[in-house]
Design a protein around this ligand. Structure first.
Ligand code: NDP
Length: 452
């Protein structure tokens, strides 16, 4: 027992912070958690969860269209944005309450206010003005969207934060960026019937992903009628009577009701008192941590997006869990960052685990590539142009599968399972030996025979 008010004070009630607080409390630590906004953090409140609900909504248009090919005669479907947002808000409020309840249920003290560091063991709660002390502190304050670039008129743009709560569905929208959030939201608005233009500064979206997936997605977006403008930047945005005019660097002008910037996120470290406590940060304000999530100050730890390493919810959760077990449990452990599966919920969906081809070529002397592009069975009667793309990358020396990629319906579900195989060190021979499940799209992964 220490002389501090708490054994463990967690700043941030998102995925990483809540997991760490709950696990530490179950180990018997006296835990507190402070959250200045809403419990659940980015993922639950204005990230993964509401995004996926909107993605579901956006894909019904395809379902109604495809249904005709299967004998269904449907009246014209109408979409009501306000109904969707109200239903989404209700679900998010339910999840938020569960997050808070679980924390309290585990025995943690919850402060629904902002917390800042005064020194390495002292925290000031800014609304109440109260000061508390803690032996160990965890910073899990996440990140926030950045509005990057030097365009004039940036006050007229929204980010993903606002996109979830727009009063009306835009009739025309410009989405700027080529990363996860840009392609996901462009797909959402396009699917919901907004005239959508995606503007990206590079030649094709999703830099860093396997080139075949990037090419496949670019083709698919074009085939679906989404206007993708590449190798252009935004020079300025003007707004008149609620209508925005976006001017690109080549002088092109595009009219829209909304302009959404999805140009990356930065760690939430402003005004946290890191300097006062002696916590070192990097050039984007990210907290620098070692393999145990420990900062430059021995008793202060950080997990999740605030460290700007792998900005994915499951990673933050693992990191929080590892810190709590290591500090307060009996078996210390570290997060394994190999083979993290990830999905982009664009339409069509992309998912991947392991290395893209360009990275595999750098890492291994010789690799074998197996890939296939085919029409999903549903598209035959639906008459759509949809394609599925699958790809395996194999280290020729060991036969180990080092990359597994998919574009197409339910790619995230398929790749989550493939990630188990890759984590176990599956070889191409293991894939080949696995019986196909017919008829499915995923069976193609075990029937690939021809090297490219
Ligand atoms: P990303 O880093 O994925 O993408 C940012 C995009 O903005 C890139 O295309 C980048 O271009 C572009 N960009 C950056 N700076 C500028 C600039 N000055 N001018 C023009 N364009 C610019 O960030 P996101 O905001 O999309 O997402 C943040 C992170 O959140 C992701 O990396 C991911 O880790 C996580 N996330 C995960 C999701 C999931 O798991 N499904 C969903 C959403 C987010 P360039 O590529 O040329 O640098």
């Amino acid at each position: 027992m220490t002389n501090y008010d708490f054994d463990f004070f967690v700043i941030g009630g998102g995925s990483g912070g809540v997991r760490a607080a709950r696990i530490a409390a179950t180990h018997g630590a006296r835990v507190a958690n402070a959250e200045e906004y809403r419990y659940g953090g980015t993922c639950v409140i204005r990230g993964c969860v509401p995004k996926k609900l909107l993605v579901y909504a956006s894909r019904f248009a395809d379902d109604f269209e495809d249904a005709k090919g299967f004998g269904w005669q449907l009246p014209r479907a109408e979409f009501h944005w306000s109904d969707l947002i109200a239903a989404k808000d209700k679900e998010i409020a339910r999840l938020e309450a569960i997050y808070q309840r679980n924390l309290e249920g585990a025995g943690a003290t919850v402060f629904a206010e902002r917390a800042e560091l005064v020194d390495a063991h002292t925290i000031r709660l800014t609304s109440s003005g109260r000061t508390v002390t803690a032996d160990k502190i965890l910073i899990a304050t996440g990140g926030t969207p950045t509005v990057a670039g030097d365009a004039v008129g940036l006050e007229h743009v929204i980010t993903s934060n606002e996109a979830f709560d727009l009063k009306d569905k835009p009739k025309q929208i410009v989405v700027y960026g080529g990363g996860y959030i840009a392609v996901e939201f462009a797909g959402i608005f396009h699917g919901l019937g907004a005239q959508t233009t995606l503007i990206y500064r590079g030649p094709k979206v999703l830099r860093g992903f396997d080139e075949d997936l990037r090419d496949g997605l670019m083709d698919a977006l074009e085939a679906r009628g989404l206007n993708v403008v590449t190798e252009r930047t935004i020079k300025g945005i003007t707004c008149s009577g609620g209508r925005r005019t976006v001017e690109l660097d080549d002088g092109t002008k595009i009219e829209a009701d909304q302009v959404m910037y999805a140009t990356g996120r930065r760690p939430n470290t402003n005004g946290l008192g890191l300097e006062a406590a002696g916590v070192k940060t990097g050039k984007s304000g990210e907290i620098i941590v070692n393999d145990d999530q420990q900062t430059s100050v021995e008793n202060i730890y950080a997990v999740g997006d605030v460290t700007d390493r792998v900005a994915l919810t499951p990673v933050a959760i693992r990191e929080g869990h590892a810190v709590a077990d290591t500090l307060f449990g009996t078996s210390p452990w570290r997060v394994n960052y190999d083979q993290i599966p990830t999905a982009v919920f664009s339409t069509p969906e992309l998912a991947t685990v392991g290395l893209p081809e360009h990275e595999a070529r750098n890492r291994y002397d010789s690799i074998d590539i197996y890939k296939s592009q085919f029409k999903p069975m549903r598209a035959t009667l639906a008459g759509s142009d949809d394609k599925i793309l699958i790809k395996l990358i194999v280290d020729a020396a060991t036969d180990r599968v080092v990359g597994c990629h998919m574009m197409g319906p339910d790619a995230a579900e398929v790749i989550q399972m493939a990630a188990i195989a890759l984590n176990m060190g599956a070889t191409k021979a293991d894939f080949d030996r696995t019986m196909a499940l017919h008829p499915s799209a995923a069976e193609e992964f075990v029937t690939l025979r021809t090297k490219q």
